[in-house]
Structures are given as C-alpha cells and as structure tokens.
Design a protein around this ligand. Sequence first.
Ligand code: UGA
Length: 434
Amino acid sequence: MNVAVVGTGYVGLVAGACLAETGNRVVCVDIDREKVEALRRGEIPIYEPGLEELVKRNVEAGRLSFTTDLASAVKPARVAFIAVGTPPDEDGSADLQHVLAVARDIGRAMEKETVVVTKSTVPVGTAQRVREAVEAETAVPVHVCSNPEFLKEGAAVDDFMKPDRVVVGVDHPAAEEALRELYAPFLRTGNALMVMDIPSAEITKYAANAMLATRISFMNAIAGLCERTGADVDKVRQGIGSDARIGSAFLFPGAGYGGSCFPKDVKALIRTSRELGAPSAILEAVEAVNEAQKQLLLSRVVRRFGGDLSGRTFAVWGLAFKPNTDDMREAPSRVTIEGLLERGAKVVAHDPEAIHEARRVFGDRIAYSKREYDSLDGADALIIHTEWLPYRRPDFAEMKSRMAQPILFDGRNLYAPAMMAGHGFEYYSIGRPV
Ligand code: UGA
C-alpha cells in the first residue's frame, strides 16, 4: 500500500519505518529540510532503540523515503497519516494549528479517494475539524480516521510491531478496510484491532494516559502517607499489585511523571473537561499531586542543607524523564536542577544519552561528566532522577571515596535502605523508612 506520514517526530518516524518494514511504500514528510536530509542519510534525530537500523534497512530496500514535498507523498497514497506535534497552548489545551494546516495541505494535494488518519494525540472533535479542513480544499472524497498511538519512548519500535491493541475510530467502511489491511501484519498473535466510532477512539487515547498518570499520582500520595507512618511503599505496592483487579504495573512512586505525553495530555483533558462545563476533580488532583511531587527532591535537599546552597556541589545522575530515551521534556530533573542553581549550588550531571539535550536546556550553567563516577568528586550529595540500568548496581565504595559526604537522594528507589545504611550512606528515598 502507498502510505504518506506527515511529521517525522517520534510517532511519525516509528510508524513510518514500521509500516515500511511490513512491505508498504511509505513516504515520510517534514517541513524541516535539514531533518529530511539527515534522515535520508540514515541519521536519526532521537535516541530510540532499534529505530536507526529499521530506518536504514527500509530506506536501502526502497520502501521508505523522506521528503519536504507533501503533495508528492500524498498524491499516490491510499492512507495519509497526520503525526505532527500538538504542543500545549498557554491554557493547556492542545494546539491544533499544525494538524489543521497539514489537513488543508493534504486536501490541496489529493487526487483520489484518500483515508486521512490522525495519529497525533488530539482532542475530541478534531477528526471532524480535519475533515472540514480537507474538504474545504477538494471535492475528492476523503475518509477520516482516528488511530491513536500507544507507543512508549524507549520501547516504541517494539510497541508498534507488537501492539497490545490497535484502536481505530472510523465512520466509513473504506477507512476501516484500509486500516485493517495496514495493521493485519502486526496483529498476527491475535491482539485486537478495535474498531469504534471516532469520538470514542479520540477519548481512549487521553483516558489511557490519564489513567496511567492517575496511578502514578495515587502511588505518590500513598508514598507520602507511608513516610509519615513508618510504612514501606514497596511493600504496599506489592501488597496491592497482586490483586488481579489492580495489577502491578505503573505503581512505582518517584519524583513525579514527566515526558511529552502524560503532562500534556492530562492538562489537555483538564482543559476539555472545563470547557465542557464538567471540570474533573480527579484529573486536577492528578496534576496537582504531580507538580508537588516534582518539588520533592529539592525540598529534601533544602531540608538537609538549608536554603542557601552556595558553595555546595551536587551530582545528579539521570536527566532524561525516564531510561532509554534522551528526552528531557517536562523531566522532573529540570525542576530539581533549576532549584539547586537558584539557591547558588554547583551541579555536575551525568546521563548516558541526554547530555546533548541537557546542554540545550542548561548550557554551561551546570557541568557534565562522561562517566557517572566523575560527577561525584567533592559532591555534598548525589541526587538520582532516572533509573538507567548502570545506576542500579554501582560501586558504592568508589562513590563514597569520591564524595565529600556520602549522602544520596534517590528519586527512583533503586537501593534497599538497609543496604545503604550498611554502605555507610545517609540515604533518602521515596515512601520508605529512612
Ligand atoms: C506514555 C504511555 O505510557 C504510552 O502508552 C503513550 O503512548 C505515550 O505516553 C504517548 O502518549 O505517546 P511515555 O511518555 O513514553 O509513554 O513514558 P512512560 O513509560 O509511560 O513514563 C511516563 C512517566 O511516568 C515517566 O516519567 C516515568 O518515570 C513515570 N512513571 C512510570 C512513574 O513515575 N511510575 C511508574 O510506575 C511508571
């Protein structure tokens, strides 16, 4: 099948490469000329395991190509995906200007019946607006479809190749038929293609992310309770997670959730609920708990060292919002580091993949080290923000010998408190007895 994918961000690029892998002819479109040139050379702008090889292989096989010319990609396509960004507006709602501009461009380019699919996360009613935008530019029949993406950064290729489910919102059999054909190779293990009406598909995406964010904020609230009662949130997590109705995934407390999805999607759903005259107390609480949680490590540091941190040095391990990505969007590490800098501290950071992103965010306001242990020289404390694998079993003796004082603030509960006491560390984690 001929497929056009507009937007080569992480959703568009993964979808395009995976659809090419199953034999389709996919043309990915982006307005950024430099990015397109780089992609043609096989250079991937993001760190995503497995993506580079996938792109290279499919480009070489002639199934995957990149262009800035949207019309040339859309003309032969039976299905055109819109996978451009929907950054939050100032009021928290999703900014649809790019989605609708692409819809108009598709309308101008189309020469035959085309299925236009929204893959970007868009509020309820967007598919209808996309239809209107396309139809305003052409008399050729268009079928719109909402096909939300459930990829996790760091596991995106795997998630696309082996999805738990594929959700497709349609209002015309032609759209359903095209999407069934396209996704059949990914659903061979019997995982469902769920066909539903368009508004339900649009809400499903937000509801999934909001539900996951709710579990995290809920566990962060429980962690706070554990700290005040001497309970251990790890035990509580296992205790409740073994109930099949609850399940054990996504119950890890931490320094707040970050990334390009949860914060943006929860905010957008809050905004939509307000606009519809039905403000959501639960979503507002999820967001408020998370904002507070992002301050937690900083407030612990301040409680331990006082408000004036000048002359102090802090090592930070992990800058990305989670492991296996270089993405620092809405990363809780940013809140901690900004707070440390405001109070006059010196910060030395390590991250296996996100240092180039960190340089963009902090420039030379902080120092960077290539090896995690080098960041510890003379540090008053270490703050851990991301559970990268190499941090899980470090050499505590080396850490201690390099630090000015063996103090560790752990935002991911990587180590057992008793073990840390044994190693002679003053150790603070989330929701567990000190
Ligand atoms: C999330 C969803 O998990 C995907 O299903 C969805 O497709 C994606 O958003 C999207 O909308 O595009 P992602 O943002 O890549 O994926 O990251 P997650 O692995 O979900 O982690 C999000 C945040 O939650 C991270 O900051 C992580 O540290 C935090 N988290 C996760 C916790 O604090 N505790 C947990 O138990 C799990």
